[in-house]
Design a protein around this ligand. Sequence first.
Ligand code: HEM
Length: 419
Amino acid sequence: MFDAYGTPNMFTFASGVEHRNRKKLVSHMYSNQTLMERQSVEMVKRKVQAFLTMLKAESDSASEIFTTLHYFSFDAISEFVFGTKYGGTNALSGNTADRRLINDILDPARRRLAWFGIHFPAYTKWVTTRTGLVGKMVDGLGLLPMNKPFTYSGIRRHALQAFYQHKNAIEGGEKVAEDTTVIGRLFQVREKHRLSDMDIASECADHLLAGIDTTADSLMFLIWALSLPQHERYQNQLRKELLNSQVDEAGWLYPRHLSQLPWLTAILRESLRLYTPLPAFEERSAPVDTVIDGFTIPADTVVGMSPYCMHREESVFPEPRVFKPERWLADDGTLLPESAPQNKWFWAFSNGARMCIGMYLANAEMLMLLAALYRQYTTVARYPDTTPGITSRYEIFCDESMSKMTEHECWIDFQRLSG
Ligand code: HEM
């Protein structure tokens, strides 16, 4: 589904070898070590600062956090993939064209398109790629699962334009593609690994798309959950922990310390457990017969696991529908060890060879934003009886214990702490 410009990328390669070779080219850029050492941390700090500035400058509209957190994740991932000069966006600081690109994902018809893409891939590919007279006929006969423009088409256009800007700049002798960006890294290795223009463009577009909704939706559900009256004690606990933590001279918590703060990490884990933004079945198949736990799985059988189901396994997560961050803490208040069953069943970023490459980047964005936000603000859900809803593949995903839901909308009142 996420081929871009008709060219497969890491996410869509069916072959394990092609997938592995491509992943190796960029995986070190996404490692925790590299992210913490490089300017990425500074980039995330700038985005967090821009988010807080927007909260003050546009306090009315910034309260709708489905949208504003998309600006945050979009600006962060676009700079990580493309840098600041060509392709990095400025939605947080008010660039209207960049903000408009987010509208790309709002049309509910995208779920019908996703359903067709999964169940009738060949048909969907054919009808959605017709142009000219045939394209007009396909459209006129109502054969398209979704009216144009399709989901992500504006963002894909933006990514393609950024690719050509880089290419032209490099050919003109300009040094723009530093090795700190994904596109820079791919241009560096393109000769050795025989990457075509569209290989690079498709890979970059996919990383851009993969880093927007996921991070924004996760943050939205977390802030919403912490802002419900019944969870006030967790918000207070988090704030206490943050205000007691060491900060640098500019008032930032040290990024390396963030993932060791028990309440911050426990709240993030619990939110990703209940509200993982990709809850659906993750399909896998093997080219040879495989024996797992004594069961023979014939070659090419599609198997999979769903984070939604794994995260609601009652023997591991008692009262699975309840938001309980303390389930991630030991009796002495420290975080559970990595070997604890809860951690083994935690599947928000998947696992194995195809697991999320952006996990550490997403964690850095989420932890830094939450730490800065809850040191300065209290948050209250404006409609505490209403869950926000997001699009996950072809389902709407929301908190199923609430009777009301609004899709793509979440209102939070931010109150600045005095002092
Ligand atoms: C909270 C945020 C995120 C969550 C929960 C998440 C979750 C996931 C999951 C579950 C997968 C596996 C999907 C499958 O196998 O069907 C995945 C893959 C992937 N994610 Fe993320 N993701 C997040 C953020 C990011 C970010 C910021 C990036 C930045 C580039 C990213 C890039 C990718 C890529 C490229 C893949 C494909 C990896 C591969 O095929 O080897 N993700 N993600």
